[in-house]
Design a protein around this ligand. Sequence first.
Ligand SMILES: C[S@@+](CC[C@H](N)C(=O)[O-])C[C@H]1O[C@@H](n2cnc3c(N)ncnc32)[C@H](O)[C@@H]1O
Ligand SMILES: [Zn+2]
Length: 334
Amino acid sequence: MDLVATVSQSDLLEAALTEVLACPDCQARLVLEAAGKSLRCGSCGSTTPLVEGIPVFASSGPGPEGLQAEEMAFRNQAASEQLRNDTADLLSVAGKHHSVPLMGRYAHHFRSHFSAGDWLLDIGTGYSWHWKNAEPGPRVIGIDLSLGNLLLAQRLLADQPRCVLLICADASRLPLANGSLAGAWSVQAFQLFPEPIFQQVQRELDRVLRKDFMMELHHLHPALLYRFLCRLRGRTLHRRGRHGPFETNRLLLAEWLQRWASFREGRLEASSGYSELFFHPELGVRPRPYPSGLERFLVQHAPGFSSLFARQGYLRLKNRSCRNRSNALEAISR
Ligand SMILES: C[S@@+](CC[C@H](N)C(=O)[O-])C[C@H]1O[C@@H](n2cnc3c(N)ncnc32)[C@H](O)[C@@H]1O
Ligand SMILES: [Zn+2]
């Protein structure tokens, strides 16, 4: 297939059906049914409806699904309000919660590591705004639990060549073939996973990622100064566990690294850092233009100082080329 000509959700779906999609139950190939309204597993016969061209896979069984049911309802409700209001500028809506220019650059840089034939996964893609105006190249599968958010993503990405295939699915039950992905990207989704989901997502990533892979995960970070400033404003920054309809865990980078220490038996190269140093929506701080140059300098040359106020931390994980496994584990838990 001509990658440059890949422009729409249906083009991407067609390519994904032959290259990466698989039944989440039995991992057999999926086919588009004649009427074009659903996908069907060639082996177990299970069907998956398409809503505005987006495959909607059922969540995991009664256990994990129940754990995020409230979150899913909350997000779908919020999305349906945006859909009803016909919000024109969805990028501004995303900009209330994320530094769009900064995170757009991180996403662009991450994607630049891969080649045109590769497939990447964006876990908890939300409005999928990271990939707006992306150049042709590696294709991204944007999965999210909330169909409402994906319908907004569809709107945000409309009328332009697309690199993202939107799929409504639970990250703990991926409709993807074994070893089919070159990389995974995620912003502020892992912090939401209740423990059984987190563990299942890790198992699923182990299954679907190729041997040579790269992952970049950004999470909310419990910076000391930020917590202090919130206190001064009379607010307590929630750190761990259930908060309203979601689980939200703000872990330190060392804690996130520890959570990945045994992934792929510890044969990983890991690096970490801080992002969104100057973006604190909870305090009403959203500088425009964003001081990206200053942030880059501080993150590189003064990580300890950056950690005092960074809103996010990130991990980059990839397969380890070196043979010494114990050194790898040491590096990751440092
Ligand atoms: C804080 S939002 C971030 C969205 C997007 N990554 C961004 O940066 O704007 C987290 C997203 O993760 C999704 N999510 C939460 N749990 C999920 C799961 N188990 N599987 C797939 N998506 C999930 C939510 O529906 C939500 O859209
Ligand atoms: Zn099947």
